[in-house]
Design a protein around this ligand. Structure first.
Ligand code: ARG
Length: 404
């Protein structure tokens, strides 16, 4: 009989490096590491060799940047998905794609188990495991960090040294950082005290707005069917659009967030986020929708945006409700095509101009000048009927001496 195969979600950091060795010993299994590149700035080079030295039989490092942006990030952008009103969900959008990669490789390799390095109180375990259960329901899932004997980072480091696991044990940042093209999440250390402002060294991608350039910078974004297709009349590659905007907006201190948020597992956590490109793109996209969507669709979509954001956050990307709501979202995006010009200045994003051939804005209806074509007299009859239910209620209540 061939040996058991375990596919491991691998980042090359301390936890997943120790996990590879620990699993191979405990289960006498062949370990296959899998790393998806979602555009983090951290070095992914040499990861295969590192995995091999740690005891992996085989390793995959897969560039998912394009798929991440076009199939995942653009969906969230079209949906206007901002968790609890502001977090653009970078980590939460990345996890389902990584779950899909793990499932695909596990099935192709004939493995029956997938292991991940998430802890027992985060959201990421939920996103991985619900994704895996949906995409490959017969796979078993292992989450060693929830059960293993190591109580601290130091104990893991001792184990790594004992087993010749090559981990860079640097006195590294006191923060736990998760990054991809859509943004970065920073946790731990002093950030755990919500009464304290984040120290400057917590921020990785953006300049403090007070140190940002005195002069504003303008960006022009062209959208087609709700998706950015051209930045500054020159950048058309989806990955480049996001990474270029991250640089430009980051330089102007745009996209910093300091949030208290509700986790899936019932606790509140304090999260620092930086999402310069996402902040600009959400603002521009919403602006076009304001210009183009009819009132009822716009209002209804706000509710859908909120539900989609909750579903993404809660690890339900592959759920039937998510699919159904995205069908609604896509239908609303049919005419979301046009151009938005924004100004970036010391942490602020301001819309300078918006234009679309589908714009429902009519100057002759909106103007207060003599060019006005709006039928003011018609408002009189409209209001008689529009206010009728309330007038009726007040009249009836007056008779029976009830106040509204
Ligand atoms: N709180 C954020 C989320 O749930 C960020 C999580 C960051 N993940 C991590 N493993 N550090 O999406």
């Amino acid at each position: 009989m061939s040996r058991k195969k375990i596919v491991v979600a691998y980042s090359g950091g301390l936890d997943t490096s120790v996990m590879v060795k620990w699993l191979s010993e405990r289960y006498d299994a062949e370990i296959i590491t899998v790393t998806g590149n979602l555009g983090e700035t951290a070095e992914l080079e040499g990861l295969e060799e590192k995995a091999a030295k740690t005891g992996a039989a085989k390793s995959y490092v897969v560039d998912l940047k394009k798929e991440f942006i076009t199939e995942y990030v653009w969906s969230a952008l079209k949906a206007g998905a901002l968790y609890e009103g502001s977090y653009p969900l970078a980590t939460a959008i990345g996890r389902p794609l990584l779950a899909k990669l793990l499932a695909d490789i596990a099935l192709a390799e004939g493995a029956d188990t997938v292991a991940h390095g998430c802890t027992g109180k985060g959201n990421d375990q939920v996103r991985f495991e619900v994704g895996l259960q949906t995409l490959a329901p017969d796979l078993s899932i292992l989450a060693p960090l929830r059960t293993w004997e190591f109580k601290s980072r130091e104990e893991e480091i001792d184990y790594a040294i004992e087993h010749n696991i090559p981990v860079k044990v640097k006195k590294d940042s006191p923060y736990s950082i998760d990054e991809n093209l859509w943004g970065i999440a920073i946790e731990c250390g002093v950030l755990e005290d919500p009464t304290q402002a984040p120290p400057e060294d917590a921020y990785q991608l953006t300049i403090n707005p007070k140190d940002a350039p005195e002069t504003a910078e303008t960006v022009t974004i062209l959208f087609e069917k709700g998706v950015p297709v051209l930045l500054n009349n020159s950048v058309s590659d989806p990955v480049q659009i996001v990474s270029t905007l991250n640089k430009i907006a980051g330089k102007h201190g745009v996209g910093r967030l300091d949030n208290i948020e509700n986790r899936v597992v019932g606790i509140k956590s304090r999260e620092i986020y930086e999402a310069p490109g996402a902040t600009v793109l959400h603002k521009a996209h919403l602006e076009l929708e304001k210009l183009i969507l009819d009132k009822d669709s716009f209002r209804y979509k706000q509710q859908v945006s909120n539900t989609v954001a909750n579903l993404i956050y809660d690890g339900l990307w592959f759920s039937p409700l998510f699919k159904a709501l995205m069908a609604f979202v896509d239908s609303t995006q049919e005419n979301i095509s046009g151009e938005v010009v924004l100004s970036l200045h010391k942490g602020n994003v301001t819309v300078l101009s918006r234009d679309s051939k589908f714009s429902l804005y009519r100057k002759d209806l909106a103007t207060y000048t003599e060019d006005d074509t709006f039928d003011h007299k018609a408002a009189e009859g409209f209001l008689k009927i529009y206010g009728l239910p309330f007038k009726t209620q007040s009249q009836i209540f007056a008779k029976i001496e009830v106040t509204v």
